[in-house]
Ligand binder design. Structure first.
Ligand code: NDP
Length: 312
């Protein structure tokens, strides 16, 4: 069977945008949707910061629209996922969850990243009803409300500061007796009048009738002075890090210490010819739908150039 000219792995803003551009370039791209069709964005509700939607847009609707747009230009969307990659030879090969092995001239890896969660059943129960892992996405819904952010790193401090611009009160729940964040970021949080840092504290659960109304906390867990108490909040934001979904490819392409795929500065180009990485799987810094979409666009343009150069 003829190799696929452009395989796009992932169906978030990066994957679908790559599909639109690759489709329009006549590459007949195949998009593998993966486990979470629509990507991380579908864990939120309304997207209000994607240009072009003055009233905001339902995240599922937006991802559905992007998908349709890609399909309109000839992208084939398959509800499959990659289970194994073999980049040792060209055309490259990937194995799918149905056991098929497909050959591809170019591959755009747009598998995204997954926010880390604490692993509490209540996080799933209240997902979208008071639990979020993205302050930039969902913070707006907590104007003049009380929220808690979990984490003590730069992301948590950044999210807490962002939320403090909207909410009435922000608690930062930190499991250690200190912040891991950079000095400047930590100082901004510690000196912010709306932010209260709860050191040596862990969230053990959430409560509320359909929506989050508070969190169960434990202070100095396991110590003789351990204290359990409830904190009324309207929203819980997890900011304990992200994990890029790059495990399948790490054998073949360079990833950094945290697992993000290494690309040439400002481009989706990896060290392997014809293999590109777009969106959050290669972006530890911006992680926005619009920046992911932009890198998907760049990846498709690069894939097209590569195919032309190779006469494929
Ligand atoms: P980090 O890994 O730096 O921090 C994660 C935080 O979450 C830590 O405080 C950690 O606690 C805490 N944590 C992890 N697991 C749990 C858990 N199960 N329960 C409670 N707390 C938990 O991740 P970040 O996303 O903050 O940052 C990632 C990288 O990106 C860093 O290098 C950071 O500097 C960088 N970054 C830079 C920014 C900037 O410069 N503007 C902005 C955002 C990120 P503990 O300390 O105990 O491990």
């Amino acid at each position: 069977m003829e190799p696929i000219r452009c395989l796009i792995i992932g169906s978030g803003p990066a994957g679908y945008t790559a599909g639109i551009y690759a489709g329009r370039a006549g590459l007949k791209p195949v998009i593998l949707e993966g486990l979470q069709p629509g990507g991380q964005l579908t864990t939120t509700t309304i997207v209000e910061n994607f240009p072009g939607y003055p009233e905001g847009v339902d995240a599922f609707q937006m991802m559905g629209d992007l998908r349709q747009q890609a399909e309109r230009f000839g992208a084939e969307v398959r509800s499959q996922m990659v289970t194994k990659a073999d980049f040792s030879q060209r055309p490259y090969r990937v194995e799918l969850d149905n056991g098929d092995i497909v050959a591809c001239h170019t591959i755009i890896i747009a598998t995204g990243a997954s926010a880390k969660y604490l692993g509490l059943a209540d996080e799933t129960k209240y997902q979208g009803s008071g639990v979020s892992a993205c302050a930039t996405c969902d913070g707006f819904f907590y104007r003049k409300k009380t929220v808690a952010v979990v984490g003590g790193g730069d992301t948590a401090c950044e999210e807490a500061t962002y939320l403090a611009g909207l909410a009435e009160k922000v608690y930062l729940v930190v499991r250690k007796p200190f912040l891991r964040a950079s000095e400047a970021m930590a100082q901004r949080v510690l000196s912010h009048e709306k932010i209260e840092v709860l050191f040596e504290t862990n969230v053990t659960g959430l409560y509320g009738d359909g929506v989050v109304e508070g969190a169960h906390l434990v202070w100095r867990k396991g110590e003789t002075d351990e204290k359990n108490y409830d904190l009324p909040i309207d929203g819980l934001f997890l900011a304990i890090g992200h994990k890029p979904n790059s495990d399948l490819f790490a054998e073949w392409i360079e990833v950094d210490a945290e697992g993000y795929i290494v690309t040439k500065d400002g481009t989706p180009v990896t060290a392997l010819p014809g293999i590109f990485a777009a969106g959050d799987v290669a972006d530890n810094r911006y992680r926005q739908a619009i920046t992911a979409a932009a890198s998907g666009c760049k990846a498709a343009i690069e894939a097209n150039h590569y195919l032309k150069e190779q006469g494929l």
